[in-house]
Design a protein around this ligand. Structure first.
Ligand SMILES: NC(=O)c1ccc[n+]([C@@H]2O[C@H](COP(=O)([O-])OP(=O)(O)OC[C@H]3O[C@@H](n4cnc5c(N)ncnc54)[C@H](OP(=O)(O)O)[C@@H]3O)[C@@H](O)[C@H]2O)c1
Length: 318
């Protein structure tokens, strides 16, 4: 879990070289004394010579394989700072001498906004009405509502709590699940009891050995007829074939910002099922998240420069 108590590895005295993926992030660091910044997005195995000097690396938002493989060729690397809250693509490639920090908190507002927007859209049948509008049809019909429903947040962390704050005016009941139970938050072992009572199930747990495939046929079977699954976490949490079977049967509906596979290939059933609403992993892709990321990376670089503990250091499972 993200931990605020660890500092990075020992910093080499004097200035340090930081590779960042965009001009926007570079601009955030430009006036920091002691930091040399280069905008670099490794896109092949042939790296610029300055890779030898990189001490602080910010991989691109959606890192392609060469951008993570590059870390093996950065002998001075001490800090890997992702721009994302999820770090499943990066973690296996972080050298032992370096610490990995995620961007927990940076994308809470944007991702929670997507969750609430997608949930309302699915409950109020917005995708259907968009299709009808494009066809020029005035297709009046009653829809479901979010008001009066029970919402289960599976993964009550930084984003899950931001979702709850945003739902506070929607007249819903909230249930919360995390890895371990605490006041008002049920442990994951309570899921079998909570699923049948929930109208909307929102996935916001990280990718771990326990969460990969956790939403399987048995999980989905416990959701009641007409319930909505909302996935803003990662596609691999859901067994796609099991979800497709439920959607094809018309028993459940789903709103997904993330899928497995991702991107969805042409012809995949999730493209055309009327009860599936899919967006292409855009939850955190907003200018507001970019601003938050800019300020977060700067603060993290300042901490490293000052020899202070870094925040969001990943230890343990995630
Ligand atoms: N769609 C997007 O664009 C987008 C944007 C940002 C993030 N994300 C995804 O959202 C995830 C959550 O981000 P976050 O910043 O909210 O993470 P976080 O603050 O670390 O919270 C994760 C939560 O998940 C819980 N959890 C862990 N394992 C679980 C399990 N087996 N069953 C149920 N709950 C479990 C944790 O429980 P404990 O509190 O007990 O540890 C914690 O409450 C990220 O990992 C990322 O993959 C997606």
């Amino acid at each position: 879990m993200a931990d605020d108590q660890h500092s990075g590895g020992a910093r080499v005295p004097g200035g340090f070289l930081c590779w960042v993926p965009t001009d926007l992030i570079a601009g955030a660091l430009a006036d920091l004394d002691g930091v040399r910044v280069e905008v670099q997005v490794p896109d092949s195995s042939s790296l610029p010579a300055s890779a030898d000097e990189v001490e602080f690396y910010v991989p691109p938002f959606f890192p392609a394989p060469p951008a993570v493989a590059a870390m093996a060729h950065m002998p001075k690397l001490r800090v890997v700072q992702t721009l994302t809250a999820g770090f499943d693509r990066v973690r296996p490639h972080v050298p032992v001498e370096a610490v990995l920090c995620n961007a927990r908190g940076v994308h809470d507002a944007s991702t929670a906004e997507w969750v609430v927007g997608a949930t309302v859209a699915a409950m109020r049948q917005f995708p259907f009405f968009v299709r009808e509008q494009l066809a020029g049809r005035w297709s009046y019909q009653f829809t479901g509502s979010l008001a009066g429903k029970t919402v289960l947040i599976v993964g009550y962390g930084s984003i899950g709590q931001a979702v709850e704050r945003r739902l506070s005016g929607f007249e819903v009941g909230i249930r919360r699940v995390a890895r371990s139970g605490r006041d008002g938050v049920s442990p994951v072992s309570e899921l079998p009891r909570l699923l049948p009572e929930s109208d909307v199930v929102i996935l916001l747990a990280p990718v771990t050995a326990e969460t990969i495939g956790m939403v399987d046929a048995a999980f989905l079977a416990r959701m009641h007829d007409g319930a909505l699954l909302v996935n803003a976490a990662r596609g691999v949490l859901v067994v796609t074939d099991a979800l497709v079977a439920e959607l094809q049967a018309g028993r459940l509906a789903a709103a997904m910002d993330v899928t497995d596979p991702e991107p969805l290939p042409a012809g995949h059933p999730l493209w055309t099922l009327p009860n599936a609403f899919v967006t292409p992993h855009v939850g955190a892709s907003t200018p507001y998240s970019e601003l938050m990321a800019r300020s977060f990376v700067r603060q993290q670089a300042e901490r490293y420069l000052a020899g202070e503990p870094l925040v969001n250091v990943i230890t343990g499972d995630y």
